[in-house]
Design a protein around this ligand. Structure first.
Ligand SMILES: Nc1ncnc2c1ncn2[C@@H]1O[C@H](COP(=O)(O)OP(=O)(O)O)[C@@H](O)[C@H]1O
Ligand SMILES: [Mg+2]
Length: 319
């Protein structure tokens, strides 16, 4: 498959006026997105997701690096490249608050050079699909946060671009609306569009994305299929029940050998995360030092949240 979006070495520094402090929000971010793929751009608050999305859609000029959409450089041929992109940014900045729902959609269609006659039936269909038909004449200002978010998605759909960028599409939504928005996103993806979703919502990544690029402090710390990440971590977490307490020497060696381990008395349970599957033998050697009885040995359950936390912890920010 060929890449439809190529992000190469994107770097952005902000200069804070008051403190004169320089914040490196993106520090050489690179990744590629294949046609028809839904990519999750995941990271904690302040990781640089919004900055990256804004650079991809050319709202923000990078200090270094470039973005190609269908091979077209977004800085050198901005308009040509942007024809392939639509974006839903944080805080619904794409909507006109003093226009009605339908007027917003007609306005966007006009901007894209589509006549009202051609746009109207598409708009009606989208409003129906997004559950907004009975709000068609309501001012955006009067809509709930969830309705506004759905409208912003509908507006992005109307543009019928190959690539859709979504910045935190479920942020601030109640549980029910979040679920509804995830369903709508699944539909959008099924249409074969390429979608980049920035989020710190694990449910979005786990349910919608085959692949995720995880960023932390402006850098890519993982670029993997979601299933691979889960499998990788599943084979690395072990829980060992011991028949006797560990000696101080054993504890010291464990701390020296494994970046992530936890040991509790009086339960005598040891949890370790292995860097490599063969490290299980090193674990066994340490236990053998005192002939510590092993009563039970099993894999730790992994969920995506744990994978994410481990990857974005600075000291183990690598796999
Ligand atoms: N306009 C700005 N001026 C100064 N610093 C900014 C600005 N926008 C973002 N930042 C800083 O850049 C970093 C990345 O921000 P952002 O891209 O919004 O992260 P995310 O979307 O992942 O939460 C943060 O430390 C944030 O405080
Ligand atoms: Mg953000």
């Amino acid at each position: 498959m060929s890449a439809i979006v190529e992000v190469e070495g994107l770097t952005k520094r902000y200069h804070k006026r008051a403190s004169k402090e320089v914040v490196t929000a993106a520090d050489g971010i690179s990744f590629r997105v294949d046609e028809g793929e839904i990519l999750g751009l995941l990271g904690p608050n302040g990781a640089g997701k919004t900055t990256t999305i804004k650079m991809i859609c050319s709202l923000l000029k990078p200090d270094a690096g470039r973005v190609l959409v269908r091979g077209i450089d977004t800085q050198r041929h901005r308009l040509r490249a942007l024809r392939h992109l639509s974006a839903v940014l944080e805080g619904n900045r794409n909507l006109y608050w003093r226009l009605s729902v339908r007027e917003n959609m007609l306005y966007l269609a006009g901007n894209r050079g589509v006549s009202a006659r051609v746009a109207r039936p598409k708009i009606d269909a989208l409003l129906g699909r997004f559950g907004l038909s009975d709000k068609a004449d309501e001012l955006v200002n009067n809509l709930s946060r969830g309705m506004q978010q759905k409208l912003a998605l509908a507006v992005a759909m109307l543009a019928e671009t190959d690539v859709v960028l979504l910045d935190e599409p479920t942020l601030g939504l109640d549980v029910g609306t979040g679920l509804e928005v995830r369903e709508l996103l699944r539909d959008v993806a099924a249409e074969g569009r390429t979608v980049i979703i920035s989020t710190h919502d694990m449910a979005v990544v786990q349910e919608l994305c085959k692949r995720t690029v995880i960023i932390s402090a402006g850098r890519v710390v993982a670029d993997e299929r979601v299933s691979n990440l889960l499998a990788l971590f599943a084979t690395r977490g072990y829980r060992v029940s011991l028949g006797a307490p560990l000696s101080a020497e054993q504890e010291r060696r464990l701390a020296h050998t494994f970046a992530v381990f936890a040991y509790g008395e009086p339960e005598l349970v040891l949890n370790v995360t292995l860097e490599h599957p063969e490290d299980i033998y090193r674990l066994m050697e340490i236990l053998r030092l005192e002939r510590t009885p092993v009563e039970d040995l099993g894999r730790t359950q992994v969920d995506f949240e744990r994978v994410f936390l481990e990857l974005t912890r600075e000291e183990t920010g690598r796999i």
